[in-house]
Design a protein around this ligand. Structure first.
Ligand SMILES: [Zn+2]
Length: 398
């Protein structure tokens, strides 16, 4: 992988980081990627099958989802430092879970003693199995679990808090995907990965654990490749105690949010998945073997903010029936159809006043005539006519 060797050496990092650094992305994928879990749909049964392969992990049934599915935790390592990781609390956010599976495969395969002997990582890879099956953000009661940390109205939220109280982790990893609408700043770079050391109080103060989370995330961002680092951003740190990251930060655990974003046409998010896995690995390595540097905290603080400035397809020159030229932003809606995710575009922007970028840009004039009578925000668009050819826009992710 293409990482900055100077930074790696400065971090006195372990041999596996160098090993990863030297490895080609495709080689990593062929050796360590959990290929059974691919595409965007990752239902409960598939997750259970993949996790069953890791016979060396101890398994604990933590409780039941709304629909009665068993939510399990898996413990990796036996060290003195307690870490809690959870993924897919939003059922339709699967890149984080796939990266987590790759991470477990890598750490167990190379028998990474630094991590296995220093850390005890309790992993809940799928906190919201009902949402995962239905490919929804919310759980089966329609509740966003990441707005239920304080209220504790849902069995999945109660379960996560119960595990937290039982193990009292020093570190928490809150793993998500974000929508493709974000850029890393406003200069036209998409956000491939975003990070956050969430606030633990309304003043957003930098207490000990939040400061440590910031430094770890800064070191992660710094270690990623120079070409990739332009696509890293800081997630919004508005305080909301009903979000689990903020809640656990307020309870004294150094809590970190990782979000997989969208980068150009990689809609299966396979490339991001590998970078995400590497980011998780670097964070664990930093916790296990070194104390964070002030430089790393600065690096975090200097990362651009996650800004809403992207659509999926930007049509630069649409010509309306009255001859007016407008620019159009089309954004995909995701639908689960026959166990596949189908992306269907709709109009999200018409001549936006602020800068809008597209993961795909169409410069040719598009004549918005009889076939597209509804030129308004929210209208679906199945195809465009480009130079008299029909350009189909729907995408299916296998
Ligand atoms: Zn999420």
């Amino acid at each position: 992988m293409n990482y900055n060797l100077g930074d790696l050496i400065n971090y006195k990092c372990n041999i596996n980081i160098i090993y990863l650094w030297l490895m080609d992305l495709n080689e990593f994928r062929s050796r360590y990627s959990q290929v059974a879990a691919k595409g965007r749909y990752l239902p409960y049964a598939l997750m259970s099958d993949v996790m069953a392969q890791f016979s060396e992990l101890s398994v604990h049934d933590e409780g039941l989802s709304v629909n009665g599915q068993v939510i399990r935790s898996y413990t990796l390592g036996s060290g003195p430092v307690n870490i809690l990781m959870w993924s897919q609390m939003h059922g339709n956010e699967t890149t984080s879970s796939k990266a987590l599976l790759d991470l477990i495969l890598f750490v167990t395969n190379v028998k990474d003693s630094l991590i296995l002997d220093q850390l005890k990582i309790v992993i809940i890879p799928m906190l919201n199995p009902d949402g995962a099956d239905d490919y929804t953000r919310a759980n089966a009661n329609g509740v966003d679990l990441n707005r239920d940390a304080l209220d504790q109205t849902q069995p999945e939220s109660q379960l996560l808090l119960k595990v937290f109280e039982r193990m009292r982790p020093e570190y928490c990893f809150n793993l998500h995907d974000q929508r493709p609408i974000f850029g890393a700043g406003s200069n036209g770079q998409p956000t491939a990965l975003s990070f956050l050391a969430p606030s633990g109080d309304v003043d957003k103060s930098w207490n000990k654990n939040r400061t440590e989370a910031r430094a770890i995330l800064g070191s992660v961002a710094k270690t990623l490749s120079s070409g990739f680092s332009e696509k890293l951003a800081r997630f919004d740190d508005a305080f909301n105690l009903n979000c689990f990251g903020d809640f656990f930060q307020s309870r004294g655990a150094a809590t970190m949010l990782f979000e997989a974003g969208q980068d150009s046409s990689d809609y299966s998010r396979d490339q991001i998945r590998l970078q995400y896995c590497y980011a998780l690995y670097v964070a664990l390595e930093r916790i296990s073997c070194s104390s964070p540097h002030e430089d790393d905290a600065n690096f975090y603080s200097k990362m651009p903010k996650n800004v809403e400035c992207f659509c999926d397809i930007l049509v630069k020159n649409a010509v309306t029936t009255s001859g007016q030229r407008v620019s159009l932003g089309l954004t995909y809606q995701e639908q689960l159809i026959d166990h596949k995710i189908v992306l269907k575009p709709f109009i999200s922007h018409i001549s936006p006043s602020s800068a809008l970028f597209g993961h795909r840009v169409i410069f040719e004039p598009i004549y918005w005539k009889d076939t597209f009578p509804l030129l308004k925000v929210g209208s679906p668009v199945e195809y465009l006519e480009v130079n008299s050819n029909k350009l189909l826009l729907n995408l299916t992710i296998f």
